[in-house]
Design a protein around this ligand. Structure first.
Ligand code: MTE
Length: 351
């Protein structure tokens, strides 16, 4: 299933994995057909007539909702930047396991749906629980030594109770596209994309984190030279990151004033500053940061670079968030290259 008019690059057809070319981000609104796709299994076929969302509390008490019933709850809207944990993996050195994303496994969209807290309020005894599990109706086993299972992720109850954690049924005001989780998907703002479960059919209140394959074995930080680690740290909150979107690797630019721009985001806190270097990281200048609009949206930055000297240059950009986190030159290597927020560097030629 590929979107016909999309400009996405195919990383895999089965399962469907498509990435967004960086220049698409220049227009701040990303059309739904240009939004990256990361699916682990086949996109499920949904018959909305008999589709149900099942919710089950710790006491076994449950409520089922039809699509129409979910639409009757108050609608909550939130603009969220979603980044796949494997984004930017192609620039990881030494190389790591996994699909070789360039930098386009990220996007921002306006999502609308039902706050998860609204549904939790209908279930008894939630204060005694600590986690909420969301299961998608897609399943498989990825070819690993694991049984066939549904894609699923749990999140801590406190995150599920955040009003901005929603079960979305609209993306940029349109019905949620099938590849992005129709009819309902979870949006966990501030976390890497793997937690935003698509095609959700089950919500369960549970008393410990889910031990499914993707949560406990796959989306985990495995450091170098480890034997089987029993409890590797789970990938969760997005690290501070920025990208240059206005110039391409190897681009030839005219001497004079060049406006360079891009995006910056962080799952923890907000962006405080974005700096740029035009001399391979020796000197850094502060860029102009667009006005802050909402907590989970990315922010535009831009910089007017004046150069009259023809030659080859390395342009680098790094962001700092309000908690003082700064992008490192090189990130902490892990086996699947997750959460690579190393400084983005683009080589250009001035002519
Ligand atoms: N949900 C289900 N059910 N199955 C999946 O394979 N992929 C996850 C997440 N939710 C996935 C899923 C991953 S790894 C990411 S990065 C995001 O969905 C991607 O969302 P998108 O395809 O809408 O961009």
């Amino acid at each position: 299933m590929t979107a016909n008019n999309s400009r996405l690059h195919t990383l895999s057809q089965v399962p469907l994995v498509l990435e967004t070319p960086l220049d698409v981000f220049d227009a701040n609104e990303i059309a739904n057909e240009d939004f990256f796709i990361r699916s682990h299994f086949d996109v499920p076929d949904i018959n909305i007539g008999n589709w149900k969302l099942r919710s089950i509390g710790l006491d076994g008490y449950g409520v089922d909702y039809t699509y129409a019933q979910l639409m009757e709850f108050p609608k909550h809207e939130v603009t969220v930047t979603l980044e796949c944990a494997g984004n930017s993996r192609s620039s990881v050195q030494p190389s790591c396991e996994g699909m070789l994303w360039n930098h386009g496994g990220v996007g921002r969209s306006n999502w609308s749906g039902v706050s998860v807290q609204t549904l939790l309020a209908q279930m008894g005894h939630i204060s005694e629980s600590t986690h909420v599990l969301f299961l998608g109706c897609d399943s498989g086993n990825e070819g690993y030594d694991s049984p066939v299972s549904n894609y699923g992720m749990s999140i801590p109850l406190s995150k599920a109770m955040d009003v901005d954690t929603i079960l979305a049924y609209e993306m940029n005001g349109e019905v949620l596209p099938q590849a992005h989780g129709y009819p309902m998907r979870l949006i966990v703002p501030g976390w890497y994309g793997m937690a935003s479960v698509k095609w959700v059919t089950d919500i369960r209140i549970v008393d410990k984190p889910h031990d499914g394959f993707h949560q406990s074995k796959y989306y985990v930080y495995v450091p170098p030279e480890t034997q089987e680690t029993q409890f590797p740290e789970r990938v969760s909150v997005m690290k501070v990151k920025s990208l240059i979107t206005s110039i391409k690797r190897g681009q030839r630019l005219k001497a004079g004033v060049q406006t360079i721009h891009g995006k910056a985001w962080s799952g923890a806190g907000t962006i405080q500053k974005v700096e740029i270097s035009t001399d391979n990281g020796n000197n850094w200048q502060i860029t102009d940061l667009a006005q802050f609009e909402s907590q989970y949206d990315w922010q535009d930055w831009s910089y007017d670079w004046t150069t009259n000297a023809p030659g080859c240059f390395l342009i680098s950009v790094r962001a700092t968030d309000s908690l003082g986190n700064v992008q490192p030159k090189y990130f902490d290597w892990n086996f699947r290259g997750f959460a690579n927020n190393g400084i983005h560097v683009v080589p250009v030629e001035i002519v």
